[in-house]
Design a protein around this ligand. Structure first.
Ligand code: DUC
Ligand code: ZN
Ligand code: ZN
Length: 478
């Protein structure tokens, strides 16, 4: 009998902490050995000249998500998994919905059924739009089932929650040992600006960015962190778009708060000017928060290097350009207010971050691994994910750091008919992806069985314990 099922030979292993020349021995889907040289055993992959890095962990993906209007996001768990594998990602956290006036349970059951087709390993965040007593009573069962994070939206109809509702969710999370993730934008400010823009005849896609400038995001970010401080429970601020928002997170961190920041490739590679393309074309780049000006990219890299931003996720949220479920679902002559927000990015995430970050000398390969695999796994309690270590799941991406690729939609392997990154020049590319010891992508060919992914139930983890600091020594959460 072979000692290993698979040996990755001759590569350079890169983790968040170390870079080393080592062979990796895999047995039973786990990393079983790391050594200078391992014997031929089972299948062998020659990784000479390649980086051997943990498979990407994308903790912010909207996949086959159910919407209040009955629609379902276009990328299924199968197509999204193919896209993930094509781009070197092996696990993701996506979103189970809750709709105002409705319980969590039935929608979650439906979502679980859909997720069984996944090929990548998945976990869920639970969106909470309506924290009534009845909904809060469901949460202990949800957390016990391994869904240990909630998402609240401070804007967006019909998802948005007010401050009192944010507090109720934060308090529930503290009691249950769950992490709250927050979409931070000021609902009233966006509504006010939108009305004013439309009244002035400013209806084109580019005005989406005008309706939500950075101050709208900065204010809500500060408010979310202050509310979390009041309750004494950690939060992750999702999709930070600009340095002035990150500055607020830096101040909160400096005060000792357990606050973590996430950004996404769109805030490092796209700009508001992309939404100013002729006709409806700008809709392809429309997401919230909105991409900012080009000079912002360098400032954001600065925030990443300072450790203010901890995670780079995709916020993959695909709407095709064509078709009745796509960007034009409400017609093409509508105002920016009626164009669905979100862009696809599962496959493009790692190549863009590697190319813009490592290949251009802005971050090290170790920092790349931290931001895209190790930190996301740690912050959300994904045990055994996000690193290459003895006993960890054998999720690996073999990376050619010198390979030059021009991004095209065909390379994305998703169900969406475009990529906002079409034509982008990339240096550094995943040539193989291994999920729990199984080669699921090689040279751009995805080969995995629907249903072979696992649900990642997340147990308690100490990182998100409250600090034990409450105003006047009175803990409002008992
Ligand atoms: N923003 C989100 O918060 N979610 C999905 C898409 C988007 O643009
Ligand atoms: Zn969001
Ligand atoms: Zn999102």
């Amino acid at each position: 009998m072979s000692e290993f099922d698979l040996v990755i030979r001759g590569g350079t292993v890169v983790t968040a902490a170390d870079t080393m020349r080592a062979d990796v021995g895999i047995r039973g889907g786990k990393v079983a050995a790391l050594a200078d040289s391992l014997p031929e055993s089972g299948r062998t992959i020659d990784a000479a000249g390649l980086l051997v890095m943990p498979g990407g962990v994308d903790t912010h993906c909207h996949i086959e998500q159910l919407e209040a209007n009955g629609s379902v996001h276009e990328d299924s768990f199968v197509t999204a998994s193919a896209s993930a594998f094509a781009g070197g990602t092996t696990s993701a956290i996506c979103f189970s919905s809750q709709f105002k006036g409705h319980p969590i349970g039935p929608t979650l059951d439906d979502y679980r059924r859909r997720a069984r087709a996944s090929m990548m390993d998945v976990s869920f965040h639970q969106i909470i739009t309506d924290p009534t007593d009845a909904v809060l009573k469901e949460l202990p069962g949800i957390v016990a089932a391994g869904i240990r994070s909630f998402k609240v939206f401070m804007t967006y109809d019909p998802l948005h929650v007010n401050d009192a509702e944010v507090l109720r969710v934060l308090a529930a999370a503290k009691k249950l040992g769950a992490m709250v993730t927050v979409h931070c934008e000021n609902y009233a400010a966006i509504g006010f600006l939108t009305e004013a823009l439309l009244a002035a005849g400013h209806t084109a896609p580019k005005y989406h960015a005008w309706s939500r400038p950075p101050v709208v995001e900065r204010e809500a970010t500060y408010r979310a962190m202050a509310l979390a401080e009041l309750i004494d429970t950690p939060i992750q601020v999702f999709h930070v778009s600009s340095a002035e928002v990150a500055e607020e997170i830096a101040r909160a961190k400096a005060r000792g708060l357990k606050v973590w920041g996430e950004t996404c490739p769109q805030y490092l590679a796209l700009t508001a000017a992309h939404m100013d393309r002729p006709g409806f074309e700008g809709a392809k780049f429309m997401c919230s928060p909105a991409p900012r000006e080009e000079a912002e990219h360098e400032r954001m890299w600065g925030m990443i290097r300072r450790g203010v931003l901890d995670v780079i996720s995709s916020d993959h949220c695909g709407f095709s350009y064509e078709g009745s479920a796509g960007k034009g679902q409400n017609g093409r002559d509508v105002t920016f207010r009626d164009i669905p927000n979100g862009i696809p990015g599962l496959a493009a995430r790692l190549p863009i971050v590697f190319s813009e970050g490592v290949s251009k000398g802005r971050i090290t390969a170790n920092e790349f691994v931290s931001l895209t695999a190790t930190n996301p796994a740690k912050l959300f309690g994904l045990a055994g994910k996000g690193t290459i270590a003895i006993g960890a799941d054998a999720d690996v991406t073999l990376w050619d750091p010198a390979k030059q690729v021009t991004l095209t939609n065909a390379l994305m392997h998703h169900a969406i008919d475009y990529t906002p990154y079409e034509g982008m020049a990339i240096t550094g590319w995943p040539v193989a992806t291994i999920r729990r010891g199984e080669v699921v992508m090689q040279d751009g060919k995805v080969q995995a069985a629907p249903g072979s992914g696992r649900f990642l139930a997340r147990g308690p983890y100490p990182l998100i314990a409250p600090r034990g600091i409450v105003a006047n020594g009175f803990d409002p959460v008992s």
